[in-house]
Design a protein around this ligand. Structure first.
Ligand SMILES: [Zn+2]
Length: 509
């Protein structure tokens, strides 16, 4: 089933929109000019890219690390004498304990484990915990971090719309590579790449190639193209191809989902078509809701989704900062997940996320980066701390949210939302080995007191000593292992410089 159900592909629909917009002379000032130019430019090249991408075999280099990463083997390790926060209710906290890892899986957790032949990692002064998990991040935009300015012409939505149209597939990939490198460095082992700059299948391929090269765990949310546009479906016809080419060979590291414009920007018919296609394939579905009370549609989104039978535990809604009526009860009752990104919600004026209300109603929560264009970085420790502080601030109580609850949301909460709680989110034997070790001897971490509070309130990415993903050690001794960081940064800089220069040149005339 294609696009709008009338035989046009998603890309044809994009083209039509581009043409319409150009004809209608959408030419706002500043980056608006760039938008019109970018899309006209795009028309010439993207059709060929889109068609060619579907069949072209990957170059050999891309099948390895693509020159960006040399992934180490999985091997066998034993982490010795850590303070282990398992985040598993049955296992609890295990001071002075070991974690035995073999072939990417956690074999055992406990004191004095017998693990002959396993490479030992001394963690005497460290806290071991499951890798952090976020659930909504427009990773392509990382190549344009901090470019949203301070007036409406340069604001996030006009900027992201304009820049998205200028980006080429390789620019998307550069954003994703930089994002993943920063994520691993920060102890963020799983992300939801909420990919909403897919101009053609080549853009999805470029991002997925970056995921494969970096050995990171992700839900790839196949989205759309063009921010703040209306009535465009996800190109669901491309999903089976992506599944075969990228998801199945990923050894369980990648899962697939869709990211819809949702009822605030699409008709309910389009939503139904998208949901049906995703549900047939068992995919996660995500959309933004409730970011502005002034917009009538934002008041109705959850009600409409519920009445159409489109909510449920395979759905991740994002933001809902302006929740209305009985929406929170509806989310709780249907088991619909919610992803909160407190820093961008505050920065962009979506409002103050009513954390307390969500917790009270029993809405299953998870946390997200959203975009570094606004958030500036992907520090999940800070995001988790912001959640806790918002909950207590709203309640005007020191005791509304315990640190352990916030940490639970940043680990198991994320794993449940992404549908991978059977594999990650806690240090439980049998699960995959996504483990981080946080130093407790750094100035901002000392003295050693209460580990959940230390992690949520004191820790930052610089305290992350070791990161293991699927049993591969990707950060050790505070340094990334096997990544060409200089190249990743250099290329992201090239994109940022080119994109900004192009936009400025166009806006001048
Ligand atoms: Zn978003």
């Amino acid at each position: 089933m294609h696009g709008a159900g009338d035989g046009r592909t998603g890309f044809e629909l994009h083209k039509k929109t581009i043409a319409e917009e150009t004809m209608n002379k959408i030419s706002r000032n500043g980056f608006g000019g760039a938008l019109a130019f970018g899309r006209r430019d795009l028309l010439r090249g993207a059709a060929a890219l889109g068609a060619a991408a579907a069949l072209r075999p990957l170059p050999a280099a891309a099948q390895a690390g693509g020159g960006y990463a040399r992934l180490p083997g999985r091997g066998e390790f034993v982490i010795r004498n850590a303070y282990v926060l398992t985040m598993d209710d049955k296992l609890g906290d295990l001071p002075g304990s070991d974690i035995h890892v073999r072939n990417g899986a956690i074999v055992a957790v406990g004191k004095g484990l017998h693990a002959p032949g396993a490479k030992a990692i001394d963690a005497r002064t460290m806290i071991a915990l499951p890798g952090l998990i976020e659930t909504h991040w427009h990773m392509w935009g990382t190549a344009a971090s901090n470019t949203a300015g301070d007036d409406p012409k340069m604001g996030y939505f006009s900027f992201a719309k304009a820049v998205g149209a200028i980006f080429k597939p390789e620019d998307n990939a550069r954003g994703v590579r930089l994002a993943i490198a920063e994520a691993i460095n920060s102890g963020l082992t799983t992300v939801h790449n909420w990919s909403h700059n897919i101009v053609s299948p080549a853009f999805a391929d470029a991002e997925l190639q970056a995921h494969r090269a970096m050995g990171h765990r992700a839900l790839f949310g196949y989205g759309y193209f063009g921010i703040r546009m209306e009535n465009q479906a996800v190109d669901v016809a491309d999903l089976p191809r992506v599944n075969e080419r990228w998801i199945k060979p990923s050894e369980g590291l990648l899962t697939l989902g869709i990211c819809s414009r949702g009822p605030e920007s699409n008709t309910m018919d389009i939503c139904r078509t998208e949901w049906e296609a995703a549900r047939k394939m068992g995919l996660r579905i995500s959309t933004h809701v409730g970011t502005g009370l002034a917009r009538v549609k934002a008041r109705q989104a959850i009600k409409q989704l519920n009445e159409a039978g489109l909510l449920g535990p395979d759905v991740i809604l994002v933001h809902d900062t302006n929740t209305v009526d009985t929406d929170t009860e509806t989310l709780a009752k249907t088991g619909t997940y919610l992803s909160l990104s407190p820093f961008t919600e505050l920065r962009t004026g979506f409002g103050i996320p009513p954390v307390r209300e969500f917790v009270k109603a029993g809405v299953p929560l998870s946390l997200s980066v959203d975009t570094t264009v606004l958030a500036g970085n992907c520090d999940m420790f800070a995001i988790t701390k912001a959640l806790l502080n918002l909950a207590n601030g709203e309640a005007q109580s020191e005791f509304a949210m315990p640190a352990r609850k916030a940490l639970e949301i940043a680990t198991m909460g994320g794993a449940r939302a992404l549908g991978i709680a059977d594999r990650v989110g806690s240090l439980t034997p049998g699960k995959r080995a996504d483990i981080i070790l946080v130093r407790t001897t750094d100035l901002n971490m000392a003295p050693f007191t209460d580990p959940p509070h230390m992690i949520v309130q004191s820790a930052n990415p610089s305290n992350v000593d070791t990161v293991m993903i699927d049993g591969r050690v990707l950060k050790r001794g505070g340094k990334l292992v096997g990544f060409d960081v200089a190249r990743i940064v250099r290329e992201a800089n090239e994109t940022a410089v080119r994109v900004r220069a192009e936009a400025e040149r166009i806006s001048r005339g």
